[in-house]
Design a protein around this ligand. Structure first.
Ligand SMILES: C[S@@+](CC[C@H](N)C(=O)[O-])C[C@H]1O[C@@H](n2cnc3c(N)ncnc32)[C@H](O)[C@@H]1O
Length: 279
């Protein structure tokens, strides 16, 4: 199942005592060095970002086919939203993240091989995994090219991402963002969205994810906004946030929202990614 040995770093990764020391170092730095650690929203993460089974199942089987026989690294693995079903499909997934709480929740749900590590400094030997992926992570990293270069260092074959797309009518989230931006708040994250990377470097393969329509109460979407589960909300001053929540409540509470989820899985070769990062 494993494509290559982890080399000298395997002991650091796999021995609990060493992992404990590496966790202690990483959490000591967390507050300053990892402003986009998801520690603060870990308990709400799985509710806010749940994927319908109609989407999750084909995504998992597509990635499992792409990774057959090789090890997969997910950087910014979170609570194992994708890593856990992939492990259940038999894929040898290693997950890394800077959020201790996200990793703890992932382990509680049954995820294996999760490690506290920064995307820019992966405790892995060169070319030790065949495939690497990030999902909803690069936009959190101001130095995303350095993180991608580090991911390429440890990967021999391909890098992939699941580009989820969601739309809503009426668009409660967009209205909230408009209100806070009009009040002068910056909702932009420091990095690049994986879906924007597609415009900079053409993927070698693209697999469409099926469209799934649903209806949800606006009150549910507002409750997620109210808890500031989205990283775009983390720098908004409290009074601006409160005023925007009051406005969206007045406008949408009691309504039903039609949602549409779809997207693509895209892959790049590590060679093409290297070339892109060098230019
Ligand atoms: C939106 S969540 C995505 C989690 C998972 N990939 C998924 O699709 O469910 C982003 C994750 O990136 C992690 N993260 C933020 N900065 C990071 C860094 N410098 N290195 C590794 N992970 C990081 C966060 O802690 C969080 O768990």
């Amino acid at each position: 199942m494993w494509d290559r040995d982890l080399g000298g770093h395997e002991r650091t990764l796999l021995h609990q005592s060493n992992l404990g020391r590496s966790c202690a170092r990483a959490t000591g730095m967390a507050a300053n060095r990892f402003p986009y650690s998801f520690d603060r929203v870990a308990t709400d993460y799985d509710t806010a970002w749940a994927l319908p089974d109609d989407i999750l199942d084909p995504v998992i089987s597509c990635i499992a086919k792409l990774c057959r026989g090789g090890r997969l690294l997910e950087v910014g693995v979170g609570t194992g939203r994708l890593a856990i079903p992939l492990q259940r499909e038999g894929v040898a997934v290693i997950g890394t993240d800077v959020s201790r709480r996200m990793l703890t929740l992932g382990r509680r749900k049954g995820a294996e091989s999760l490690f506290l590590a920064d995307a820019h400094r992966l405790p892995l030997a060169d070319k030790v995994v065949r495939t690497a992926m990030t999902n909803r992570v690069l936009h959190l990293l101001s130095s995303w090219p350095a993180a991608l270069a580090e991911i390429c260092r440890v990967t021999s074959g391909r890098y992939l991402s699941v580009l989820e797309r969601a739309s809503a009518d009426p668009d409660v989230d967009a209205e909230y963002i408009r209100l806070v931006q009009d009040a002068g708040s910056n909702t932009r994250r420091p990095g690049i969205y994986e879906r924007e990377l597609v415009n900079q470097l053409r993927p070698v393969e693209t697999f469409d994810i099926r469209v799934v329509d649903a209806v949800v109460p606006a009150s549910y979407l507002i409750s997620m906004l109210e808890k500031r589960v989205y990283s775009s909300q983390w720098n908004i001053p409290e009074e601006v946030h409160r005023a925007a929540i009051r406005s969206v409540c007045d406008k949408f509470d009691g309504q039903q929202v039609s949602t549409r989820n779809d997207g693509q899985i895209v892959t790049w070769t590590i060679d093409s990614m290297h070339e892109f990062l060098e230019n």
